[in-house]
Design a protein around this ligand. Sequence first.
Ligand code: NAP
Length: 310
Amino acid sequence: MAEVKHYPVIIVGSGPAGLTAAIYAARADLNPLILEGNQPGGQLTITTDVENFPGFPEGIMGPQLMDDMRKQANRFGAESKFEYVNEVDFSKRPFFIKSDSGEYTADAVIIATGASARLLGLESEKKYMGYGVSACATCDGFFYKDKNVIVVGGGDSAMEEATFLTKFAKKVIIVHRREGFRASKIMIEKAQNNEKIEFMLNKTIKEIKGDKTVNAVVLEDTRNGETMEIPIDGVFMAIGHTPNTQVFGDQIETDESGYIITKAGSTRTSIEGVFACGDVQDKIYRQAITAAGSGCMAALDAEKYLEMNE
Ligand code: NAP
């Protein structure tokens, strides 16, 4: 039978939240194991320049930032395994975690599995991710000074991101698949009253075109299937996020959208000894720096919990 290895702390996920938790837990001599998941480094590995993470006046590439965070965690003794967690049992102590290639137990678990931006599922969207396609206006808007961009979606995020992008872009087109919006009235009105924003309703993106970066999209009318091609410099997806909590099933308390609920002012979850940080418990801020901050909190909360339960 395979050996079940025990760790004081296991961190599930390896974005800024998980890796910051690892740095702090390692420096507290807790020898944490990081189970990095399918996308080591998390969402930042699909962006290019990160210009809003403090400490990098010239900006830094997303993948580089995440590699550096991992190196920093490993330097203090955190162990990285590039494994995907597919089963947990939080009903007994120590907690049990099974990945695609190992079985583990832990006295404390830090969940930092993040959220995934929903995407349209086009091949061309994958191809141009970070090169004209983005799922984060706050991160990438700055690169579209005086350019024309599309925001896809009809919810609050789409309205907010479109309004934000008008600070930089010459024109922002909101492309939405139907006539009605999911967004709140006030957000729709704000977008409608912005002279830089245009709406193209009953449309979806059929294809994204470009050479090195995006230069056009093919739109399809959702009512009659007619297509048209328009030139564009960037496409921002704002069709929602999905928190990566499926593997925890109903073992941990989540809100109606699946985000883990943490106790106010802490990273404590409904299970004592299990902590959550980063986008998996935050649908509002979703920034690398806020994720990192909550990762630090999670490690400190876990350290305190372990001390009290020694
Ligand atoms: P959302 O409310 O779920 O809206 C997603 C939008 O994307 C919908 O309009 C949906 O169209 C569209 N969509 C989904 N899948 C699509 C697909 N495959 N192709 C084309 N369009 C697609 O997500 P959200 O806007 O990210 O908001 C999430 C939550 O955060 C909401 O509760 C929102 O109120 C909140 N939020 C609040 C603020 C704020 O108050 N400042 C800002 C941002 C977000 P359909 O409508 O046709 O389904």
